[in-house]
Write a protein that binds this ligand. Structure first.
Ligand SMILES: [Zn+2]
Length: 454
């Protein structure tokens, strides 16, 4: 039994369907908890211990579940523990930036089981689908994992992404916007597509410094300012999934031109681009700095990492550039804090590597612009997940959907056989409907529906 995540439920008798759903719930519990005992599973599922053990044994026979030794005794004999089999299912996760993408394979324990592959592509690349497919093909071949064990492909990417429809509205060529369908056709697998900042937020919420926080804001501080929001313990996408466009909040009426076509956006004052613009301006003006000495004849080669490295060596000009950027960013964050009252703001991405050189000016700006009582409950920290939050968030989201229980009756308007997950079952407030599987994909993912007889 491989979970029929999104393809509607197969034709089964009432009893078979009941067992099938219970087994999916067991897989989901084991995915979330890591390991559970028979009594714990019975209690969580509201079934007797013997029934729970029969289902677990079935799943062991199907090589999806393995025994995990003895648990802690609550008085009697130590109960046997069960967990997911590490080589049962895998997903391909891809984290796209503005100029390149990273890709890796993850097992059901959220462990990376392949090399990290870099793909030279971007959302407007006409070869995007083909490049991702070829990279994935090579990764899978390297690991020797059979292709039928790859349960799905998750891709996070910059832009206005409607995860429900699998469309990225920021892609310039309209024919390439339905990116989930295009990837699904090429991969012949279940595909999940979402916004990069949201998946990074989900990664931080599931594995990083936002773990356990009910209200957290996660910012990928890079060429843009990608914001992902965890509100009331759930990933927040807004009505159409576009919430969190922090980059393009206007901060200055007559500011620099932004890539969005408007002027004075926060991104023009507080992103990697802003740092480079300030640094290059200083170099052109002959400011006394090691950057001027190094890059006077070739300012185009300067990178944000080099500005940060110079600041660490005590270069005053570099420190002032990072400070100015941090102050501008802090002012932007102050609006978020006043509006949303978060417990924590986690900063990831290349600019966050500047640590105290940006954290101190951010705090100064927050002290200046936020109400004391609101600010007092918010901490601003840098991520310790390095660049992995997007990949892990995407892999984890894909597994959540694979093990999701789609069992409520199909509401009007949905195709026959499709049903909505109850809100409590999904980690994400996807508006309206489940991830619809287009007709042409149904056959491709039908292997998920095979061999599910109990
Ligand atoms: Zn803008």
């Amino acid at each position: 039994m491989i979970p029929a995540a999104l393809a509607g439920e197969p034709k089964m008798t009432v009893n078979e369907l009941k067992k099938y759903r219970l087994k999916k719930k067991i897989l989901r519990l084991l995915y979330e908890e890591g390991s559970c005992s028979g009594p714990e599973l019975g209690k969580q599922l509201g079934i007797s211990l013997p029934t729970a053990l029969i289902l677990v044994n079935d799943l062991i026979g199907e090589k999806l579940v393995v025994p995990r030794g003895a648990g802690v005794s609550t008085g009697g004999r130590k109960p046997s523990m069960y967990g997911l089999s590490g080589d049962s299912l895998y997903v391909i996760a891809c984290d796209m930036g503005r100029y390149s993408a990273k890709m890796a394979l993850f097992n059901v324990h959220n462990q990376r089981v392949s090399a990290l592959r870099s793909v030279d592509t971007h959302i407007d690349d006409p070869e995007l689908v083909e490049k991702l497919y070829r990279a994935a093909e090579a990764l899978v071949a390297e690991t020797g994992i059979p292709a039928e064990k790859i349960a799905g492909v998750g891709v996070d990417m910059p832009g206005l992404v409607d995860a429900h429809q699998g469309i990225n509205f920021t892609i310039k060529d309209q024919a390439r916007q339905p990116v989930r369908d295009l990837l699904g056709r090429r991969f012949q697998k279940l595909v999940y597509v979402d916004n990069d900042a949201r998946m990074q937020a989900f990664g931080e919420y599931t594995f990083g410094k936002a773990r356990g926080c009910r209200n957290a804001l996660i910012v990928n501080w890079s060429w843009g300012l990608g914001l992902g929001m965890i509100l009331n313990g759930r990933l927040y996408g807004g009505t159409t999934g576009f919430a969190g466009e922090l980059s393009h909040i206007r901060m200055a009426d007559d500011g620099e031109l932004c890539i969005c076509g408007k002027r004075g956006c926060l991104e023009t004052l507080a992103s990697s681009n802003a740092i480079l613009r300030l640094a290059r301006k200083g170099i052109a003006e002959g400011r006394i700095s090691q950057l001027t000495r190094q890059f006077a004849g070739r300012p185009g080669e300067l990178t944000v990492e080099q500005v940060i490295a110079a600041a660490r060596l005590g270069d005053e000009f570099s420190i002032s550039v990072l400070s100015e950027t941090g102050l501008a960013f802090g002012k932007g964050l102050s609006y978020l804090i006043q509006l949303l009252n978060p417990e924590v703001i986690v900063l990831g991405g290349p600019v966050s590597k500047a640590n105290q050189f940006v954290l101190t000016p951010i705090q100064q700006a927050l002290n200046r612009y936020c109400l004391e009582h609101i600010l007092g409950n918010t901490t601003v920290v840098t991520s310790d997940m390095d660049e992995d939050s997007g990949l892990l968030g995407t892999a984890s989201m894909l597994y959540q959907f694979l093990f999701c229980d789609f069992q409520t009756a199909a509401p009007q308007g949905l195709p026959e056989g499709m049903s909505l997950p109850p809100p409590s079952e999904t980690p994400y407030n996807l508006p309206g409907a489940p991830l619809a599987v287009p007709e042409e994909h149904k056959e491709a993912i039908s292997y998920m529906n095979t061999d599910i007889q109990l």
